[in-house]
Every structure is written in C-alpha cells, then in structure tokens.
Write a protein that binds this ligand. Sequence first.
Ligand code: SF4
Length: 324
Amino acid sequence: MHSFSYLRVVDASGALAVDPEHAAFIAGGTCLVDLMRLGVMTPDSVVDLTALPYRDIVLNEQGASIGALVKNSTLADHPMIVARYPALAQALAAGASPQLRNMASLGGNLMQRTRCSYFRNDFPRCNKQRPGSGCAALDGENRRHAVLGGSDHCIAVHPSDMCVALVAYEAVVHTVGKRGERSIPIGEFHLVPGEHPEKETALEPGELVTRVSLPAEPFFARASYVKVRDRASYDFALTSVAAALDVKGDTIKSARVALGGVGTKPWRSLEAESALVGKSSTTASFTAAANAAFAAARPQKDNAYKVELGRRTLVRALEEAART
Ligand code: SF4
C-alpha cells in the first residue's frame, strides 16, 4: 500500500487547512480504505474527521437535519426517520452489511465511488481513473453498468442505496469550504460523467459535507424503497427504486421517483413522476410510469435486462408506497 500520513482534526478549519490535492478525508473508511488497499486511491495524507461535531439528527416541522457523521445504522433505526422518511430508512437498511452500516457515515455514503470492476482493479483503460485512457466497460463486461446517464466516456453505475432515497426526498447537501458555506440540492450534487467521469460531485477541492436536510412533506411518509440484487444477504443493487405518493381519493396528486442501480448517478425520474400525476393509483398507471422512466434507456450488450427489471422494480415500489 502507498504510504501516507495520518492527521486527526478537531474542527472544520483544521480540515479546510489541508492540501486537497494530496489529502483524503476519512470518516467510517468503508470506501476509502478499500480503494487504498486496491491502489486505486493513493492520498499522501488521510485526514480523520471523526472528532468533528456533525452527529446530530434533528426533526421538526421544517423537516430533518442530519449531521454528516451520523452512522448509517443510527439513521436507519431512528424512529422519526422510519415514520416520516421510510424509504430512507429502508434504503439504508438494504445497504451493505450490519458491520459496514455501523461504520459508514452519511457523508461517506454520499461520496461512495463506483463498483465498476475495471475502475476497482486499476485497469489501464478507465477514464475515471486515468482521464483520456478510454473506457474498457463499453466493449467489455458491462452486466452491472448503467442504462441511464452514460456517455461515450463512462457508463459506471452509482452504487449508493441511501442516495436514491435522498434524491426522491429532495434532500439538500450542506457544505463548508474555503469560500464559505453552500447548500447544494441533491440533484445537482452528483454529476453524470459526460466527458469528465473523473469529476463525480459538485464539491470543490477540499470542500466538506457538514449535514443533509430533508423537507417536511407529509406524503413522504407514504413511500417505499425496493432493491433487487443478485445476493440477498449483501450486494449492490441491480435495480432499485425509491418512490413516494401523494394520493387523494384514488387520484395521484404528486409523486417522487428515484432509481438506483441503473444510472450513472442516483437517478430522479421526472418522466415517471409526470406520468403519475392526475392518474388513478392503479397498476396500469404505475406500468405507464415505469415505461416513461426507461424510455430513454441506452442498454449495453450485457445489461438490457435492467430495462425490464427496472420497470418491474418501479411498479412494485409504487404498489408498496400506495399500500402504506
Ligand atoms: Fe472506468 Fe467508467 Fe469505464 Fe468503468 S465505466 S471502466 S469506471 S470509465
């Protein structure tokens, strides 16, 4: 393993003082340590954030505010998160293993990197690791890759479950950086690869995630997260859906739909949401929304199955949301 120095900071100013070109922030370490062992990430210094104070969970009439260092397991089990944002609790509980959830933080989960095997094995042809080198997945093995949001430069899937629920719930990511504090809507936080797959988030170098907030929409409690994976015990999503429905009588007044396992970023489907509004809460409406969600899908040679699987996952998530 590449040798590195270790620095423990006790406040945000300490974290912002490090040279971001040569340092990496660490909290739970469940992604970073993995990638350092594989030689994919080689920071000269690792900056430990765990002494920072971002560990609170506040719920009130404005919504929720969750500190960046809150553990995934703590958030998944919080009774008010379970009651008011059930798709978030379900997504967290569906991610990784209990041991990893006990270590992984909210901020670290937001920053998760792709599971593309070419990337993780430091393959010579990977634009994300070596800009301009090409993308081995395009003409190689791509069963688990994206069908939405890809480019001719990268088709890697974003791996997070939690972020899919955050997108459905219209979260806002709050940060602090050298130029002060910022609030970034979750839909603008993760980037599609375009010509620059090496740029994965809207964060500036050295910018620190401090907390995430969620709006207080009563219908967000009528929601579901459904995940389909090869192995039920512990695996990343082949397809997943976070869905919330606002239904009055039998008519859908509003909907939120986000897709996981199929996009290069946690994928909000405005097409599915538009297809649902004003329709009756029936399987026929849900199927039409699912068709709309995947109308622009661009499958590769090994992953066309994700289009039909994604549609069925979406129908099931909407049926479950409607029953809550
Ligand atoms: Fe690299 Fe992206 Fe291609 Fe995977 S899909 S090999 S991460 S450029």
